[in-house]
Design a protein around this ligand. Structure first.
Ligand code: C2E
Ligand code: MG
Ligand code: MG
Length: 746
């Protein structure tokens, strides 16, 4: 504090910050001056005051005077002007209390708490009350006669110091508030880039200046580390962020290097560099162009801010690393399936997708190579394929790794086509010093008028790829609509079927079987039905394969068996003792390790007589895994249950095999029954099956008998039993009971 040409005022004790606070106030207030408002209706007072204070200068800042000759004029000036440090105010003007009213207006209405007010009056009797001086935060009260040049000088100097202190305290309080707010706002930003840009914004807010600067990260966290700019704002925005190594602007680069080297903040005349230590493997620096030196308070605020933010920066790094591993393949650093799906979603949401395609490129025999030569070799192989795809196509196309040995390529069909893609594999790949010749298969989807989203496109490309793999290696296949329909339709049906089980939409119907000679019922086949909520039926030929493929058949099959057994017990109770219940069992059920236990449990629970139960297995099952099947069938037969071979004649079971299966009955497939009336030849397959049954001592049932002629021929051929629409259609339990009664069942 050294007012030019004036003695130091020892009577006033200054706060430590005062000196630095001056700089603060200076930067944010009217640049380079202290503004003093003189309010007095006497023009002489104005000139005397400006004359007295003309040479006063504090911290190289002169005074600037504003003049008001009435309270009214003062109000206008105060409403318009900012950063007034001191108001020299006449108490008596238009009215006796004009001055005091103006003070009230300044503090209460304009809410200006910072300007210092010195009241002056010509007449001692007009001194304001002590209360007013306190309540309105009046600095000083002087009679005009007291204000000699020296007195005026010291009074104004003291008022200006007081003003700077108040400004400084307010600035730091606002700053601290802002830091708390800034930290919260910053934490809400996702991603390192946003966070870094947020830092620059918040610093600008703290310093109350335009944001201009950059944030960079030093990978490796030492002097040899590579520098990457992660955010730029203001004039720095021109600096290329792609210039991965180093910063284009030499002055900025030097400043940033200085901060990294010293590992702390730097505050210079035109700029500041904040240093964020990071977590060891990388540290950060924020360069901020300030254009003027920062005051001590501002520097301290930035230090506090940086300390707060370092923790956040570490968290953001952690989150963005997690983000990276969620979206990028750690081996090849390429976008992974999730990321590629996002990119696809973006591409698909754009209107013009003409000439855009997605290809999945799969390395042939990769699994075998991986197994034979080890995972390390496999990784190198993937890396070199990734490098070739990226190197040859990466500029124009999006390349990702969507699975183990499958890469996704998205972009213009001029490049995303089998010719271009598969030709990339013509040259051998150099792996571990070795030339390895690879081939690949591609599945492609054209996005031109694709209707689904990214996930669908990936799935469809997968389907095309599988098809291509199935048909030929080193080939390709384009996805066509009907290729996906069956698979997607199947998935949809699988979900629907699951709900159908819960909602009890599945139930069992029974189709009677009769003795051809007597036309009397001897039993029934349990057949599953699915009636959907809209009342329509889904045929078993459609949903049973899906139930099998999804495993749902295990649960469904058990329900059918239990239901059929319970119905069998009830029919016996109704007096139908001579009645056999046939239940279809699929291959998947047979393979299930608990199948035999399940059958035993159901028998036990329902108390159904095993000797009256028959399981139908298709001829195709009967031909698979003979030894295991024969053992299982043996165990089933030990429970007393008998076995029928369904759809017999459609497969190629050998006679000796049939004997080993210990089947009890053959069911002639409907197609052979239909054939017997049209067959010109004397002997039909149906006839052969009937003879076979007779020779092996097996019972035979003809399926799908629809008319009397068929029934007549079958009977003549010696077929004992039949089932078909001619006799009865599949029916509900109630219908079955009535039907059995009407048709003389015993
Ligand atoms: P399947 O075991 O050969 O059953 C005979 C099929 O022929 C039944 O079809 C039956 O309604 C039909 N049918 C019977 N008589 C005639 C006729 O005179 N003319 C014609 N055109 N058809 C006739 P459905 O009920 O549609 O069953 C189809 C297949 O679904 C069954 O063939 C069976 O393989 C399977 N299935 C049905 N229910 C079950 C079950 O509970 N479990 C298992 N695993 N499969 C079942
Ligand atoms: Mg059947
Ligand atoms: Mg059948």
């Amino acid at each position: 504090m050294n007012p030019a040409g004036m003695p130091a005022d020892d009577d006033i004790v200054f706060l430590d910050e005062a000196h630095d606070a001056a700089a603060t106030a200076a930067r944010s207030g009217a640049e380079g001056v202290w503004r003093v408002l003189i309010v007095d209706d006497d023009a002489d007072v104005h000139s005397a005051t400006t004359f007295a204070l003309a040479n006063l200068e504090m911290q190289q800042r002169p005074l600037e005077f504003l003049h008001a000759y009435s309270a009214t004029e003062a109000r206008e000036i105060l409403a318009r002007e900012r950063d007034i440090a001191v108001i020299l105010l006449d108490v008596v003007m238009e009215q006796d209390d004009s001055g005091l009213q103006l003070v009230r207006h300044i503090r209460d209405v304009l809410k200006l708490s910072e300007p210092r007010i010195i009241l002056r009056t010509g007449q001692p009797g007009y001194a304001p009350e002590i209360d007013a001086i306190r309540d309105f935060d009046i600095n000083d009260y002087k009679t005009k006669s007291e204000l000699t040049r020296i007195k005026l000088y010291t009074t104004v100097t003291a008022a200006i110091r007081s003003y700077e202190q108040i400004r400084a305290i307010n600035t730091s309080r606002r700053g601290l508030d802002r830091i708390v707010r800034a930290s919260t706002e910053l934490m809400a930003l996702h991603g390192l880039d946003n966070f870094a840009a947020g830092i620059l914004q918040q610093v600008a807010g703290l310093l109350e200046c335009e944001p201009d600067g950059l944030v960079c990260v030093r990978e490796g966290g030492n002097d040899h580390g590579e520098l990457f700019i992660i955010a730029t704002l203001g004039a720095c925005e021109g600096l290329s962020r792609n210039a991965a190594y180093g910063i284009g602007d030499h002055a900025i680069a030097r400043a940033v290097d200085g901060s990294f080297g010293a590992r702390h903040h730097l505050f210079e005349a035109q700029h500041a560099v904040l240093y964020f230590p990071g977590n060891g493997s990388r540290d950060f620096a924020a360069y901020i162009r300030t254009g003027a030196p920062l005051g001590e308070i501002q520097q301290r605020l930035l230090e506090v801010f940086a300390r707060h933010i370092t923790v956040g920066l570490d968290n953001v790094m952690l989150v963005s690393r997690l983000h990276n591993s969620a979206f990028y393949d750690p081996l090849t650093k390429l976008p992974n399936r999730t990321r590629l799906r996002e990119i696809l979603d973006e591409s698909l949401s754009l209107g013009n997708r003409e000439g855009i395609a997605l290809a999945l490129v799969d390395i042939d025999h990769f699994a075998e190579t991986n197994d034979a030569l080890g995972h390390q070799f496999g990784d190198l192989l993937l890396l070199s394929v990734a490098a070739r795809l990226q190197g040859e196509l990466g500029e124009q196309l999006t390349i990702g790794r969507v699975g183990g040995d499958t890469f996704g390529v998205l972009g213009d069909t001029a490049l995303v086509n089998p010719g271009v893609l598969l030709r990339l594999f013509d040259k051998p790949f150099s792996i571990d010093g070795q030339d390895v010749q690879l081939s690949a298969t591609a599945g492609l989807v054209s996005l031109a008028d694709y209707e689904g989203g990214g996930a669908d496109a990936l799935k469809d490309a997968d389907i095309a790829l599988k098809r291509a793999k199935l048909l030929q290696r080193a080939g390709h296949f384009y996805f066509s609509r009907n290729m996906g329909v069956d698979i997607r339709e199947r998935v949809r049906m699988m979900h629907a079927l699951r709900t159908a089980i819960e909602d009890n939409e599945l139930f069992v119907v029974y189709q009677p079987q009769i003795d051809l000679a007597s036309r009397r019922p001897v039993g029934a086949e349990a057949l599953l039905r699915w009636k959907t909520k809209d009342g329509s039926f889904v045929p078993p030929d459609r949903f049973i394969p899906i139930a099998e493929y999804s495993g749902l058949i295990i649960e469904i099959g058990e329900r059918v068996l239990r239901e059929a057994c319970l119905e069998l017990v009830r029919l016996q109770q109704l007096g139908f003792q001579d009645f056999t219940m046939s239940v279809n069992v699929s291959q998947v059920q047979f393979r299930h390790p608990r199948f035999l236990d399940m059958v035993r449990d159901v028998l036990h629970e329902t108390q159904a007589p095993a000797s009256r139960i028959e399981l139908e297995i298709t001829e195709s099952i009967a031909m698979e895994e003979p030894d295991a099947l024969i053992r299982l069938l043996g165990q089933i037969k030990q429970t007393g249950i008998s076995i029928a071979i369904d759809d017999f004649g459609t497969g190629f079971s050998s006679l000796s095999y049939l004997q080993r299966l210990q089947a009890d009955r053959l069911k002639i497939d409907r197609s052979f029954v239909t054939e017997i009336t049209s067959s010109a030849r004397g002997s039909s397959i149906a006839e052969m099956v009937i003879q076979l049954g007779r020779n092996l001592g097996l019972s035979v049932v003809a399926e799908g008998v629809e008319d009397e002629r068929q029934a007549g021929i079958l009977e003549a051929l010696g077929c004992p039993l039949a089932q078909g629409y001619l006799f009865a259609r599949p029916m509900t339990v109630d219908q079955l009971r009535t039907w059995l009664k009407q048709n003389g069942a015993r």
